[in-house]
Design a protein around this ligand. Structure first.
Ligand code: NAG
Ligand code: NAG
Ligand code: NAG
Ligand code: NAG
Ligand code: NAG
Ligand code: NAG
Ligand code: NAG
Ligand code: NAG
Length: 626
């Protein structure tokens, strides 16, 4: 008989039977009634999910069973079921704990619940991801007992190497004892990985009706869970009103997007960062997924940290912030460029139980490829993150969800000073352009012209949501979000090296659209004050005939309200709307001035000179041909 032939032993059958016995249905399926999800708490390094059962006399809060493995798994030894010829591990899983319930009650005080208790559950089933090689042999739990036992086995195909090796060495007599020790060695690392594949489905009984829930087994302090599961679980949460995007703050390695709660004075919220913690990349980052039989690179993302919170608080000083908190990551949809997904399989985003960090896995096939990828990411992290974009939904004050208005990507991170990363910014943009669909999406970073030329937006004003009254530093590194932004002088410098075609598109208040193109547009580096020049205006490609840049802007250095590089006696920026621009004495064109609420031909508002009159702009964008 082949060694790995599986049979359900009598002992196992018993285990499964005892499970079934506890599953007498005590409730009817709930069609219309819905449990309202209230909160996800982190207690002793385990995640707790809390629901409101909806009773009328104040909230009765029901906590899902924990499904948390409290001990480190090191002490768990693999066993061998000699009847079934099956290796397995018994994993103790904490389901209900009085101490942790007390802590949950404390954390939920602000909701003044009339009761908080563990939910009554029924119809529990535990299964493993069908794609994985983990099998759930049984789950033994008497309701109300604190601890359950989960019995797991690895399928035979998770050690094919071992079998092959033995065939090669012509070991015809398969000594069970040798097998046992070899497997023990491999098994030692696997329960932790195996646990990630295990899913629990159950029904919460509330007010006589059943509500289906799903969870994953967690590991204390290492608890990470798949965010996609959240989305399925609690989608009926309301969207937050009363939130206003304030600004995007550039930190050293990433940017933080800050919102204000309008109904609470001085209360600010930061979206989860999703910033790559490069310093965590080590040889340990290349790992092996037993259940998929593949190597992967583990990438650590920071969702929130104290340093960022402090930095944001400092930078918000002008708004006298009372409190600055992070929103909690709820779901994160990601899209990866086709060149990334063609080379690596991008796994799910897993968040830690305390929301402070997350992991993304890149499955890279074999060890060598993963190591190569790791070195590449270490050398130039931005090269990787340019291929990944996020759209984030966050949980605010345990009550409502806020969806980011913008698809964030890491490529607006402060570029490093070496020329190589400049050229990679350009080559990245080219790559994106090549795959860009012809799009009219105003939030896209690119625009494809009917003649096939691709442009990258460097400035855009469609709404008044983003103030352009910014400091020199902000004009240097870029600011804004969604449809309204300035990508930054250092990026414009790098993108225009050697000269590029600039296209300006404008919309007037009567609906007319104008455009102008300039060839050989180029912006110098910081030492030149980001001096702007160009070769010529392309009249055949422009709908306007007057060269509005010539007299007041060509060959000028950049000025902002806090840095006056113009040739006027006073500061043009301060006199004309406090935006940054290439002013001379002062301007014919000022797309970074104040966004007008109606047609306004004054120096402080967005304008474009037509040769005879200034035109008030309703919308404007500047783009560079890539
Ligand atoms: C997990 O963290 C909690 C505090 O957050 C600590 O009390 C506990 O001892 C830790 N457990 C393990 C196994 O490290
Ligand atoms: C509880 O069940 C009763 C009877 O089915 C129903 O009338 C009542 O509305 C339910 N309460 C809640 C909060 O769902
Ligand atoms: C669970 O069931 C018991 C007994 O039926 C009941 O007293 C208790 O209130 C229930 N708990 C919840 C959270 O519904
Ligand atoms: C129990 O679970 C099974 C499958 O998991 C499902 O078909 C059945 O409807 C459930 N029963 C109740 C009462 O929810
Ligand atoms: C930014 O990343 C570099 C490595 O790329 C690291 O040395 C530095 O500490 C990081 N800065 C912060 C504030 O995390
Ligand atoms: C980044 O990773 C390093 C090494 O693992 C760790 O010490 C540090 O705390 C992490 N930083 C953040 C902000 O999580
Ligand atoms: C890893 O995969 C690459 C590409 O599939 C292949 O060229 C290389 O030989 C593999 N390396 C090993 C050690 O299997
Ligand atoms: C809109 O205004 C511009 C400038 O005044 C003018 O040239 C153009 O003809 C007008 N368009 C329409 C549709 O009225």
């Amino acid at each position: 008989m082949p060694l790995y032939e599986l049979q359900v032993s009598a002992a196992l059958a018993l285990l499964l039977c005892s499970l079934a016995a506890g599953q007498v249905s005590q409730c009817a399926p709930a069609d219309s009634l819905r449990l309202r999800f209230v909160a996800q708490l982190s207690v002793n390094g385990c995640a707790l999910f809390v629901h409101d059962t909806g009773a009328s006399d104040g909230p009765h809060l029901a906590v899902e069973p924990l499904m948390c493995v409290m001990d480190s798994l090191r002490g768990i030894a693999a066993r061998f079921d000699s009847i079934a010829q099956q290796k397995y591990v018994n994993v103790p899983v904490l389901m209900k704990d009085a101490g942790m319930l007390a802590e949950a009650q404390r954390q939920l005080q602000h909701l003044s619940p009339s009761s908080v208790s563990f939910a009554n559950v029924t119809n529990i089933s535990v299964s493993a991801d069908t794609r994985s090689s983990v099998r759930v042999l049984g789950f033994l739990w008497t309701p109300n007992e604190p601890v359950a036992t989960l019995r797991l086995a690895l399928e035979k195909n998770s050690w094919p190497l071992l079998v092959r090796k033995q065939r090669q060495s012509k070991v015809l007599f398969l000594n069970k004892q040798i097998q046992w020790f070899k497997m023990q060695d491999r098994f030692k690392h696997s329960p932790q990985k195996a646990l990630e594949k295990v899913k629990l489905s159950a029904s919460i009984i509330a007010n006589g009706s059943c509500h289906d829930i799903q969870s994953r087994v967690m590991l204390q302090n290492d608890s990470i869970f798949d965010l996609d599961l959240n989305r399925q679980k609690f989608s009926p949460l309301a969207t937050c009103g009363q939130l206003k995007f304030i600004r995007s703050i550039n930190l050293e390695n990433c940017s933080a997007r800050v919102h204000q709660r309008l109904n609470m004075k001085g209360y600010f919220l930061i979206e989860p960062l999703l910033c790559h913690n490069v310093s965590s990349l080590s040889s340990e980052s290349v790992r092996y997924d037993y259940s998929r039989d593949m190597h992967y690179l583990k990438l650590d993302l920071v969702l929130q940290d104290e340093a960022t919170r402090d930095a944001v608080r400092t930078q918000l000083a002008d708004l006298s912030p009372g409190s600055v908190d992070f929103m909690r990551l709820w779901t994160a949809e990601r899209s990866v460029s086709s060149s990334l997904s063609a080379r690596f399989e991008v796994g799910p985003l897993m968040a830690s139980a305390d929301w402070r960090s997350a992991q993304l896995r890149l499955y890279c096939g074999n060890l060598t490829e993963c190591r190569d990828l790791r070195s590449a990411v270490l050398t130039e992290p931005t090269d990787l993150w340019r291929h990944v974009q996020w759209r984030v939904t966050s949980l605010v004050a345990e009550q409502c969800l806020s969806k980011s208005s913008k698809i964030t990507s890491s490529w607006r991170m402060k570029p490093s000073e070496d020329a190589e990363s400049y050229s990679s910014l350009k080559s990245w943009a080219r790559l994106q352009c090549a795959s860009a669909q012809r799009t009219v999406d105003s939030s896209s970073a690119f625009q494809l012209q009917p003649d096939g030329r691709c442009f990258l937006k460097i400035q855009q004003r469609l709404t008044d949501r983003v103030s352009f009254q910014r400091s020199w530093t902000e004009y240097e590194t870029g600011f804004g979000e969604g449809t309204d932004f300035w990508i930054g002088l250092s990026a414009i410098h790098s993108l225009s090296q050697g000269g590029a075609t600039l296209r300006v598109e404008m919309k007037l208040w009567n609906g007319s659209e104008l455009h102008a193109e300039y060839a050989g547009f180029q912006v110098g580096d910081a030492s030149t004050g980001y001096r702007m020049t160009y070769r010529e205006m392309l009249r055949h490609r422009s709908s306007v005939s007057f060269d509005a840049f010539l007299e007041h802007h060509k060959d000028m250095r950049f000025s902002t309200m806090d840095r006056d590089n113009d040739v006027s006696r006073y500061s043009c920026s301060n006199e004309c709307g406090r935006g940054g621009w290439w002013f001379k004495d002062c301007h014919h064109v000022n797309p970074n001035a104040v966004f007008p609420s109606r047609e306004k031909i004054e120096c402080r508002y967005m304008t474009w000179h037509s040769g005879s009159v200034s035109l008030s702009l309703r919308e404007v964008r500047l783009m560079l041909q890539i």
